[in-house]
Design a protein around this ligand. Structure first.
Ligand code: TXA
Ligand code: MG
Length: 350
């Protein structure tokens, strides 16, 4: 199969190309498209065979349900039932945008979409291209991130092609994703709303509407804490290189990093650094491949380039990547979450 690339202006996407992609979706084909968070791999959410293909081409376990994307909040009743005042408040404040809500599902939806669960994850994306496409398709669109399972998410059309070329019918290239991290996922079916995945909408902002939001760190893969969201189990966001995440005070981390670099180099391994410019400036003496995540204080820049950085260092052929935690505040929470899940080792230094 040839994957066709439809190049559009993200500010004003060509209507004919959007209509073509929308028709493909309606006829059961797969179309990857940009959203403000990451690229999504879209299929008609009401077509179980199209949804089945999403699982096939991604290599995604059938136990991991898919997020449904709507063009407008007022369509929520088509896919979910029984939402209360707090859901309404979140929707009116944060949709369209990078927030996904888990709600009781409409019984008619295909069961493979929700991996057999009686809940459904829903969001209304803000990106112009996503908006235009879902409007034109006229059906809810099931869309996981457009990467092969376990790989870093795709934030550019070229990332989608790297993972899925020859497996899907279309990619709409609308330039890089704007935020670069997936949506924040909240379970609204529990007595108290619960964070399932930190994401591009920081908890601090969510709590302005939902002060009671439980914000503990989601259960680590394989841990005793009943994993609340199927997608939190198993390997995710991992580059091909071994990713090593360092946590702890900056000076201790940089000292460890220098030592580890020399040791790895002496053993013949090629090392990549995925760090902020402030840290890289203190490590100029190391002959390493580098990816600069921008200034430490500008978390939005690190978020937007994180997955690209992992993929770029991989394409240089490094054996391992050394990176540093972004803490747990604001967007740092979601960035650190992705690094922790993608890492082979998390090392705490004091
Ligand atoms: O920003 C995003 O959310 C992107 C764009 C394309 O919209 N989509 C995305 O989808 O990240 P995906 O499939 O990579 O991640 C969906 C997450 C998974 O962790 C999945 O387990 C969880 O949402 N999820 C989906 N349905 C669920 C449900 N009914 N209950 C609990 N978790 C659910
Ligand atoms: Mg994903």
């Amino acid at each position: 199969m040839e994957t066709h690339v439809l190049r559009v202006d993200p500010g004003e996407p060509d209507r004919r190309l959007i209509a073509l992609a929308a028709q493909a979706l309606r006829s059961g084909q797969l179309v990857a498209f940009p959203t403000e968070t990451v690229y999504g791999l879209g299929a008609n959410a009401l077509d179980p065979e199209a949804i089945e293909r999403i699982f096939e081409v991604k290599g995604r376990p059938a136990t991991n349900p898919v997020i449904v994307h709507l063009a407008q909040a007022k369509q929520l009743g088509q896919v979910a039932v029984g939402f209360d005042a707090s859901v309404q408040a979140l929707v009116s404040r944060f949709w369209p945008g990078p927030l996904t809500l888990v709600l009781p599902k409409q019984p008619q939806l295909p069961s493979n979409l929700t991996a057999g669960l009686d809940t459904i994850a829903v969001r209304v994306p803000e990106h112009r291209v996503a908006q235009a496409l879902i409007h034109a398709a006229g059906v809810p669109i099931g869309a996981p991130s457009a990467n092969r399972s376990t790989r870093p998410s795709a934030t550019k059309a070229e990332h989608v092609l790297d993972d899925l070329a020859g497996r899907i019918e279309y990619v709409i290239d609308g330039g890089p994703a704007i935020l670069g991290l997936e949506s924040t996922v909240i379970d609204m079916t529990t007595p108290k709303p619960r964070l399932l995945r930190p994401g591009a909408l920081p908890l601090e902002r969510l709590r302005s509407v939902l002060p009671q939001l439980q914000g503990t760190w989601p259960a680590a893969p394989g841990s005793e804490d009943a994993a609340p969201s199927p997608g939190l189990q198993g390997k995710h966001y991992a580059p091909q290189a071994k990713l090593i995440l360092l946590e702890g005070p900056r000076h201790a981390v940089l000292n460890y990093l220098r030592e580890r670099f020399h040791q790895e180099q002496a053993e013949g391994r090629r090392v990549g650094l995925l760090l902020c410019s402030d840290d890289l400036a203190d490590l100029t003496e190391l002959a390493a491949d580098r990816f600069d995540l921008g200034q430490r204080g500008k978390l939005g820049m690190a978020a937007v380039s994180l997955f690209d950085g992992l993929r770029q260092l991989d394409s240089l052929g490094v054996d391992l990547i050394l990176t540093r935690s972004f803490g747990e505040n604001d967007l740092g929470f979601a960035i650190t979450d992705r690094l922790r899940r993608g890492a082979s080792d998390v090392i705490r230094v004091e």
